[in-house]
Design a protein around this ligand. Sequence first.
Ligand SMILES: *Cc1c(COP(=O)(O)O)cnc(C)c1O
Length: 368
Amino acid sequence: MVAVPFVDLHAQYLSIKTEIDEAIARVIATSSFVRGPDVESFEAEYSRLMGAEHTVSCANGTDAIYIAMKALGIKPGDEVITTAQTWISTSETIGQHGAKPIFVDIDPVTSTIDVSKIEEKITSRTVGIIPVHLYGQMADMPAIMAIAERRGLWVIEDCAQAHLAAIDGRKAGSFGNIATWSFYPGKNLGAMGDAGAITTDDAALARHMACFARHGGLVKGDHEMEGINSRLDGLQAAILNVKLPRLAGWTARRRAIAKRYDGLLSGIAGVALPTEVAGREHVYHLYVIEADDRDGLAAALKDRGVPTVVNYKRALPFLPCYAHLGHRPEDFPVAHRLQDRILSLPIFAELTEAQQDHVAASVREAAA
Ligand SMILES: *Cc1c(COP(=O)(O)O)cnc(C)c1O
């Protein structure tokens, strides 16, 4: 049987081993462990690749969201609108500021925030919107920006799963006031540990965020404000610098693999495939199918050596940590329905055709 991991981080390492090993050795030889030249060059290159004026690196993608909201002036009692279906980072950081996450149900086609349901959730306490480009496909940013501009709200794009995704050629992260990025190892651009970044075209916001993330000052000892310690380390920056020039190629591979899955998996009763909306460049951080008997399918795939993941087991409004908000299934019918149907199949740039054939044949057999 062909072995198929869900994500093969080691295969990616082997494909760039010499350069990675040299980069790590160089950081160790120069002891540039926190910030340093690799961090500086990563910030410059990342800005260039994403088409942003400024990149502020930080310790992880969760801190990135926390820092971005802080710079936008969030305060206790504020309300922030976000999607019902995302990783907990998007909403827990709202709570960390003493603000309240206001969840909006998802669009059944893209699983991103349903823009037709945003305005009914805006109150006098609403300060901003955090859309998430879930699974690698962008939320409807033109519509979200139109609402935000009309209602005077800021927008933070959570781009943790969407490096190089686009709408009509315009890149993820280029719409909102600020965009946040994760380089968690399994993300489309992954470090070898935790790492994150924030991008913006606003120089004042960028400076504020850089200060806040570095104990409130850009020069050691000059604390302009109280901050936090959330820095990118030299080893992670050096690793990311090796990987950054490959991101476009890896993204093209993910897209090609997804197209191939679309063909191999078409027409299976009880299984629906992901939809790439016209004009949206989906970067397939995850390839998420829907299945009538999701748990049965996952178990049958496991027996055939095919690992799957549910991203995510429960939509945020229904998690124990938000029980106090009193949300009911009928408040978020799409997110509620999908949480028992979604299943993520293995997808990563190094997935071989033989591995993919095994996954697809197993889905076909298991669903029969
Ligand atoms: C991974 C992820 C984050 C958080 O990133 P970390 O680097 O793990 O802190 C935030 N939002 C979404 C949607 C993510 O997938």
